[in-house]
Design a protein around this ligand. Structure first.
Ligand SMILES: Nc1ncnc2c1ncn2[C@@H]1O[C@H](COP(=O)(O)OP(=O)(O)OP(=O)(O)O)[C@@H](O)[C@H]1O
Ligand SMILES: O=P(O)(O)O[C@H]1[C@H](O)[C@@H](O)[C@H](OP(=O)(O)O)[C@@H](OP(=O)(O)O)[C@H]1O
Length: 300
């Protein structure tokens, strides 16, 4: 199979033997699957790490950078296209390519991930989930979208019956640094200065711990992360204004169970996650039959 864009990452061998790699797999397997990728440089750096590239190569999977300056159909051939770039223009490139290359799996088709690019619509699907009674409860915080003119926020918050404190986030989720911003508002009057479109959510005390759930096919992985601490009535009575927070639950905020109160550190029950994974898969993927989504992510 002829590869056109060579992978931009040198495969550095750190000499460590990886989990799951047998000695018989050390020499690269013949290339069976070619993954063309179109990612931001930030994502390429965080995702396509030498360890992943090496593991993939040992399994016959090769990652090839897509050249955004050249027509996609002149590149490849690819078995899979992996992309995470924002914008209408790029979506059109991918959709045109899908029409003429139905044999190539696109992860994910733009229409299948549209719902996840907006913090309001991504939670709507969760609000609609039906769980058997004995499986626990999955809820979403009360939320309000401010599309423009944040000067009207105090009135709209009152009208919508939202109670402070409020978590404030950009409405659009596109992988940019801006889309990861997070504010905590102790009163609705200070919100007028923020840039719309934003989403306001009631702050939910949750023990300062967040569980990040990664789902790929049948496989479920949960990690524990630090989160915003609980707020007491006493603290709230003394606070006002809007505060900007850095990424509170990023990978560096992993927490060890030992540091935590056992009542908040216990991982969510596996059967609950299985149902959650299955339900989300049905609702997000079945709508787009024939367009496989390999990853769903759910933070709780
Ligand atoms: N309604 C809420 N009540 C309390 N804390 C919240 C609420 N929503 C989010 N948080 C806290 O704010 C953080 C960021 O929330 P957000 O919804 O932006 O998650 P995210 O999109 O996974 O974050 P990131 O942008 O870091 O990937 C969470 O990690 C959690 O600590
Ligand atoms: O490392 P974890 O805790 O999994 O957090 C991820 C976020 O949840 C993702 O949203 C980030 O990806 P985007 O910046 O493309 O949205 C992702 O960005 P990255 O792939 O550049 O590291 C991470 O920040």
């Amino acid at each position: 199979m002829k590869l056109q864009g060579p992978i931009s990452h040198p495969c550095v061998d750190d000499g460590k033997k990886e989990e799951g790699i047998q000695s018989s797999e050390i020499s690269p397997a013949p290339v069976r699957i070619v993954v063309g990728y179109a990612l931001t440089s930030k994502k390429t750096k965080s995702f396509l790490q030498p360890k992943l590239i090496r593991l993939a190569r040992n399994k016959g999977i090769e990652f090839v950078a897509i050249d955004l300056k050249r027509p996609l159909s002149e590149q490849g051939p690819f078995n899979i296209i992996l992309h995470k770039l924002a914008g209408k223009e790029w979506s059109e490139v991918i959709e045109d390519y899908q029409r003429t290359h139905s044999e190539v799996t696109v992860l994910d088709p733009p229409n299948a991930i549209q719902q996840l690019r907006n913090r309001q619509s991504m939670l709507e699907v969760v609000a609609d989930l039906k769980f058997p009674d004995n499986y626990g409860k999955v809820c979403i915080p009360k939320q309000l979208v401010i599309s423009k003119d944040p000067t009207s926020v105090p009135d709209e918050v009152t009208k919508a019956g939202l109670r402070v404190p409020l978590v404030v986030k950009p409405l659009v989720v596109d992988g940019s640094a801006k889309s990861h911003e997070l504010f905590l508002a102790y009163d609705q009057f200070s919100l007028s200065g923020l840039e719309a479109p934003i989403i306001l959510q009631e702050f939910i005390n949750h023990g300062g711990v967040l569980f990040k759930v990664f789902i790929i096919g049948e496989s479920i992985k949960v990690v524990r992360r630090r989160s915003l601490p609980d707020l007491t009535k006493n603290e709230l009575s003394k606070m006002s204004g809007v505060f900007h927070f850095p990424r509170v639950s990023c990978a560096a905020a992993s927490v060890d169970c030992d540091d935590l109160d056992p009542s908040v550190s216990e991982l969510p029950p596996h059967h609950l996650l299985e149902v959650l994974a299955r339900e989300l898969h049905h609702r997000l993927v079945q709508k787009f039959v024939g367009t496989p989504t390999i990853q769903s992510r759910c933070d709780s």
